[in-house]
Design a protein around this ligand. Structure first.
Ligand SMILES: Cc1ncc(C[n+]2csc(CCOP(=O)(O)OP(=O)(O)O)c2C)c(N)n1
Ligand code: SF4
Ligand SMILES: [Mg+2]
Length: 286
């Protein structure tokens, strides 16, 4: 049996600012993959554009750096083509909740079996600090000199879109985050993992200290039941002095890749193609 080590995933030296929360996320991801014993040749990591979008450059496995906001549709396309691959999409809050918001909502609704890790630093970092969809209301930047008008709640939106796994982690707690990644990857269906990620260069409000004072772990609260949708909605609304981390909502439901007859047994990439079959298909479009 293959035994996967951290060294198997060693990639290029990250070009992130010293102290950036993305380092914690990269470490937590590699640790989770080693614990799950997933070999790099069985994994595809897809990203969009942004600081978070650079993560696949720093891992040695199958990777695809797509366009801004397009990590999710590329990841779901790859999963449909080869559902034997473990597929993880990564990106920033602007990339996923802004530019790619429509793709994200409908991928959750269809329940593609992928994990989506959003590095939520509440700012557009790569383009030097404009407000993002998750910037705190009133957050002042060059593009919002009178304060950001409102912020979306990605966890509530995910629960409303019927995602089967909705969780929040913190880049400053690598062990806890790594445990959440393991559960997200093991979940059958769409798993959203929103990760609070301090950007030390452009977000001087939501810092490590700011998050550390506020985050608490749901798993340490015995009474929390992530399968209760109403409870999950209420929990997802908590923000400000207390910010819950852990699994907010979990529910098993049919996975897209199992719902199509053509995919039920053998992945598309392993199915035989008869001579002339592709041309016949193309002719249907002419
Ligand atoms: C279609 C398109 N629009 C805009 C941009 C410019 N752009 C690149 S990264 C980015 C924002 C990235 O913010 P986020 O997704 O939060 O990632 P972060 O850098 O914060 O990790 C923008 C607007 C682009 N590359 N492509
Ligand atoms: S600008 Fe922010 S998000 Fe980008 S590498 Fe630096 S600290 Fe990280
Ligand atoms: Mg961002």
């Amino acid at each position: 049996m293959t035994v996967v080590t951290i060294q198997d995933y060693a990639g290029l030296q990250p070009a992130w600012c010293p102290g950036c929360g993305n380092f914690g996320i990269l470490s937590a991801l590699k640790k989770a993959l080693v614990d799950l014993n997933i070999p790099p040749y069985n994994l595809l990591v897809v990203s969009g554009i942004g600081q978070a979008g650079k993560l696949p450059h720093y891992m040695k496995c199958n990777t695809f750096n797509s366009l801004h906001g397009r990590a999710v549709p590329v990841a779901t396309g790859a999963k449909i083509a080869n559902h034997e691959l473990t597929v993880i999409a990564v990106g920033g809050d602007g990339d996923g909740y802004g530019e790619g918001g429509n793709h994200w909502i409908h991928a959750m609704r269809r329940n593609h079996d992928i994990t989506y890790m959003v590095h939520n630093n509440q700012i557009y970092a790569l383009t030097k600090g404009q407000a993002s969809p998750t910037s705190d209301t009133g957050f002042i930047t060059k593009t919002t000199p009178e304060g950001s008008p409102a912020q979306i709640n990605p966890l509530a939106l995910a629960i409303a879109s019927d995602a089967g796994f909705v969780a929040r982690g913190f880049a400053g707690d690598i062990d806890h985050l790594s445990g959440l990644i393991k559960q997200a990857v093991s979940h059958k269906g769409f798993a959203l993992l929103d990760i609070l990620q301090p950007c030390v260069s452009f977000n001087h409000i939501n810092t490590y200290e700011w998050y550390s004072k506020r985050v608490y772990k749901l798993d340490e609260e015995n009474k929390y039941n992530p399968s209760d949708k109403n409870m999950a909605f209420n929990k997802s609304m908590e923000w400000g002095d207390h910010i819950p981390t852990g699994i907010i909502y979990r529910k098993e439901r049919p996975v897209f890749e199992k719902s199509l007859k053509v995919l039920r047994n053998i992945p598309l990439v392993k199915q035989p193609v008869e001579p002339g079959q592709i041309q016949k298909l193309l002719d249907n479009f002419s």
